[in-house]
Design a protein around this ligand. Structure first.
Ligand SMILES: [Zn+2]
Ligand SMILES: [Zn+2]
Length: 287
């Protein structure tokens, strides 16, 4: 039942975000089916998240709970649900702030984060583009304490609520909506600061790490929110467009142009664009 409610809220939220993006765009001219839409929707949102959910919950958190002999009654189970959700939201966001900062300062961890920065048209879906390693680390650290500190029944309520808030807030901060939240931006993070975080400008590479609570950036001296908009988004170097290629590239650098145009691999990389071109010729009328 809770899942039906959270899914309905999420779908409504997506429609709301898309509507506001069309009506009040932060960056003009971004199409709904922008470059990388299918990669983010099919590979990152549907396929990757499906498999990683099983891996993280069933093969990492559950066995660790058993191995560590965690008390099943739950240390914090007596807290009201709203307090638990708030507690896990703030503590996890504090962790995310520092881990995200490490990803930008460490060459090793940057390899797990550059995929997220490769989107050139940042919109409601763009936040889903996250390297497998980044998701495994962050979601294990996010959800393990919920299972460790709560009994099964309470965790079954807190996890979907927390996951829903994550998804909604993640879509909001990446959305291409021209939000002007004024002083609220010192507290609640939104597209004003996160669009800048994704900008391809040297000045912001070490700025705006917070995801939900902007005050972490203001407290730790990394906040950046000028009355201007970026000129470019994405990475300052050539980056592969395919999910597999992106993950291989994070481990071993290669010449992206050479690989994408290799006679053996080109038919694979061209598969989807060719199919879409064929589909539109065959079934969609030209205006
Ligand atoms: Zn980042
Ligand atoms: Zn982002």
């Amino acid at each position: 039942m809770l899942e039906i409610i959270t899914t309905s809220i999420l779908l409504t939220w997506i429609c709301f975000m898309v509507f506001l993006e069309r009506k009040y765009p932060y960056k003009k001219g971004v199409k709904f089916f922008r470059e990388g839409f299918w990669l983010d929707f099919v590979w990152y949102t549907l396929i990757q998240s499906y498999f990683l959910k099983i891996l993280i919950f069933d093969y990492i958190i559950a066995p660790s709970e058993v191995a560590l002999g965690v008390d099943e009654s739950g240390y914090l189970s007596h807290w009201p649900i709203w307090a638990l959700v708030l507690f896990f939201l703030i503590t996890h966001d504090f962790y995310i702030y520092w881990f995200h900062r490490l990803q930008h300062t460490s060459k090793f961890f940057w390899r797990t984060h550059e995929a997220h920065h490769s989107v050139k048209d940042v919109d409601w879906l763009a936040g889903s583009r996250s390297h497998v390693g980044e998701i495994i680390i962050n979601q294990t650290i996010e959800f393990a304490p919920i299972f460790f500190l709560l009994d099964v029944k309470t965790a079954a309520i807190v996890v979907p609520i927390k996951a829903l808030i994550d998804a909604m807030w993640g879509m909001y901060i990446h959305s291409n909506i021209d939000v002007k939240s004024g002083r609220l931006q010192y507290f609640f993070n939104g597209p004003e600061m996160h669009q800048w975080h994704h900008a391809d400008h040297g000045v912001v590479f070490y700025r705006n790490y917070a995801t939900k609570f902007a005050f972490f950036d203001w407290i730790f001296g990394t906040g950046f929110n000028p009355d201007l908009k970026p000129l470019r988004w994405g990475l300052p170097y050539k980056y592969p467009k395919d999910w597999f290629a992106q993950h291989i590239f994070s481990v071993k650098r290669f010449d992206v142009d050479k690989v994408e145009n290799h006679p053996v691999l080109k038919p694979y990389f061209d598969l989807r664009p060719n199919f879409i071109a064929w589909f539109s010729r065959r079934f969609l009328k030209k205006e």
